[in-house]
Design a protein around this ligand. Structure first.
Ligand code: UDX
Length: 430
């Protein structure tokens, strides 16, 4: 099939790469000239394992290309995916300016039947908005259908998630239109849910909100564990083996960040309010998450009441491992709190430091974890990169001013690390 992807962000780039890799002709368009020019030189704008190889291969085999002028490609395409950004406004509402712009562009260049697919995470009712905008801007009687096809990929494992999804959700006004899109996904062999557009839009928000709720739930269980002398990792394992609950997304720690959970929960809360539904669980999910950094830093301040003049070493800055994404990263909140108490911060992240430098100007970036430890009053684990589990802890102990570790992601075994002479604090493991 001939596919036009509007927007070369996370979703657009991975969608374009994967659809070309399974044999389609794909053109990805973005208004950002620098981004398109870099992509044409096979330089990726984001760090995502496996993406560069896939883009390179499909460009070289002639199935994938990048352009800035999306309008001239509308006539060529059979299916157009809208994958533009949907940032949050201050009140939690989703800003749909870019989605409307994409719909207008499609309308202006529509000359024959197209399927227009909303893949960006968009609030309930956006399918109607896109249909209305295209109808208002189109210059002839050309027909089109608007379909919702939310993306569930996670950063850091985006390629694997897109190639092997738990499900493909298609929200369409008719079975015929849904079948056309299904053809595209057929080779992936994933379970398919075909529904109406609004239900499909809601599936995405309900999924992300539920996962965020699981994380806040286990973080409050962690608070109980700390007070009651229990171990949250064991509790999560014991709870999670129940198939009705599931073990995933029950890792207690510093809470959720990233470009999706915080914004999607806020957006669903905003939507539900507009519909007259008080979604108290979502409000609590955000409130609990908003307190995690404070809760963690309070422990550091309790241990070091004289924070001022000290230096702390932070390992991990990205909002999660295997990405260079700093959006809503917990490191930002934690470092701001520590700096606010008069202490200095040294940090290391395997890939996020170039992005982190822009938003954390006061932090000294180091070449590795050992440089971070040197002379620091304590080591603070913020992002659970695999390499931090494999450190030579004897060497770390020798470099730290005081052998104290605050582990915000529970990556070390408490008995073993204490046996090696560390004072060790983690989350929900008394
Ligand atoms: C998420 C959804 O998982 C994905 O389906 C959707 O398409 C986009 O949003 P992503 O934001 O890439 O993906 O990361 P994810 O792995 O879901 O983690 C989100 C946040 O939750 C991270 O900050 C992570 O550290 C945190 N998290 C995750 C926990 O604190 N505990 C957990 O058990 C799992």
């Amino acid at each position: 099939m001939r596919i036009l992807v509007l927007g070369c962000g996370y979703v657009g780039l991975v969608t374009g790469a994967v659809f070309s890799d399974i044999g389609n002709d794909v053109i990805c368009a973005d208004v950002d000239k620098n981004k398109v020019s870099s992509l044409n030189k096979k330089i990726m704008p984001i760090y995502e394992p496996g993406l560069e190889e896939m883009v390179r291969r499909n460009m070289e085999e002639g199935r994938l290309s990048f352009v800035t002028d999306a309008g001239s490609q509308v006539e060529w395409a059979e299916i157009i995916f809208i994958c533009v950004g949907t940032p949050p406004r201050d009140n939690g509402e989703t800003d749909l300016t870019q989605v409307e712009g994409a719909a207008r562009l499609i309308g202006q260049h529509l000359s024959g039947y197209k399927i227009v697919v909303n893949k960006s995470t968009v609030p309930v009712g956006t399918g109607d908005l896109v249909r209305r905008v295209i109808n208002e801007t189109k210059k002839n009687g050309a027909d089109f259908d608007v379909v919702s096809n939310p993306e569930f990929l996670r950063e850091g494992s985006a390629i694997a998630d897109a190639l092997n999804p738990d499900r493909v959700v298609i929200g369409a006004s008719s079975k015929t239109v849904a079948m056309k899109l299904l053809e595209l996904y057929y080779t992936l062999g994933a379970p398919v849910i075909v529904t109406d557009v609004v239900s499909s839009e809601l599936i995405k928000y309900a999924s992300n909100s539920f996962l965020a709720m699981k994380i806040s739930f286990i973080n409050e269980i962690a608070d109980i564990c700390e007070k009651a002398g229990a171990n949250v990792a064991d509790v999560a394992r014991g709870v999670g083996v129940d198939k009705r609950i599931g073990r995933e997304f029950l890792n207690a720690g510093l809470g959720f960040g990233g470009s999706c959970f915080p914004k999607d929960v806020a957006s669903l809360l905003h939507t539900s309010k507009g519909l007259g539904v008080e979604f108290d669980m979502l409000r609590a999910t955000l409130a609990v998450n908003g307190e995690r950094a404070n809760h963690f830093v309070k422990r550091i301040a309790d241990r070091f009441p004289d924070m001022s003049g000290r230096t702390f070493g932070v390992l991990g800055l990205a909002f999660k491992p295997d990405t260079d994404d700093m959006r809503d990263a917990k490191s930002l909140e934690i470092i701001k709190l520590i700096e606010g108490m008069g202490a200095k911060v040294k940090a290391y992240d395997p890939v996020a430091m170039p992005n982190a430098k822009k938003v954390l100007p006061g932090v000294t970036m180091c070449d590795n974890a050992y440089d971070v430890a040197e002379g620091a009053s304590a080591l603070i684990i913020v992002t659970e990169w695999r390499e931090f589990r494999l450190l030579n802890m004897d060497r770390i102990k020798g470099l730290l001013k005081t052998p104290v570790v605050f582990d915000g992601r529970n990556i070390y075994d408490p008995d073993r690390i204490r046996a090696s002479g560390f004072e060790y604090y983690s989350v929900g493991r008394a």
